[in-house]
Design a protein around this ligand. Sequence first.
Ligand SMILES: [Zn+2]
Length: 308
Amino acid sequence: MKQYLLGVDIGGTAIKIGKFDLFGELLEKWDIPTDRSDHGSRILKDIYEAVSARVSWDEVKGVGFGVPGPVTDNVALTCVNLGWGIVDVPATFRQFMTYEDVLVRASNDANVAATGEVFRGAAVGKKNVVMFTLGTGVGGGVVVDGKLVDGKNGAAGELGHLVIDFTHKILCKCGKHGCLETVSSATGIVNLARIHLQSSSVASPLRSMTDFSAKRVLDLAKAGDVIALAAVDDAADYLGRAIAGVLLSLNPEVVLIGGGVSHAGPFFLDKVAAKAQEYSSPFAKDTPILGATLGNDAGMFGAAYLVR
Ligand SMILES: [Zn+2]
């Protein structure tokens, strides 16, 4: 009897696998390492075997995958972090699986994280949701009328690569300059702190550190450090501009902020919300900007949601 959904979040170093009941309750989760050798050709087989060791496939209704790259119609177009070129995820996975009646679906990991938050997290019951995930980079996910939007080339929700900073024009890993990701990710906050350190002589504990994290900058900003506060205010300003663009194009019910940077809590989110409000005024009033609640599990929940 079908009683489980599987949600699989494929990352560049680890793969998170979640076993859910049909209502989306997480029953069990575990990680396996990502084998990127031979262009990641063993990744899906490794997942099949890892699941087979714990779950009987005839009890599985479906398995959903979040993959780190653009996806259209369940086909990954390129995943640099996995070594993948074009991979038809369901067709490839079915080569290992003899059960025809198991649904197999795939979508982009950041998009899937957004649906995870709609399924069981901070946006339960909402049909129009945009999520920004602020980690090393910036991921985005867009849900419209309850449906995940992939777009024509799988590029929907690539919010981290909105060009938004025309002042510092920092080179992004996508090849452009001034992407949101260069100023509002964890890396971006560090970038901005370094810029403020160079352009001012104000004292700051950051001056004596050769290396520091975004968390350090956020903690110092909370404690009133002028340099750190300027960097965080700038990061919030840039993110506010990007969110305002989203508010004015989609008018979602809620905007979620996830990823490590969101752990700074209301201190950061309130600044972002004020800027988003300012830049989208007088339209799209009072759209809540909330922290995501599922953390690193959002991708797993969202992947399971693909086959609910
Ligand atoms: Zn970029």
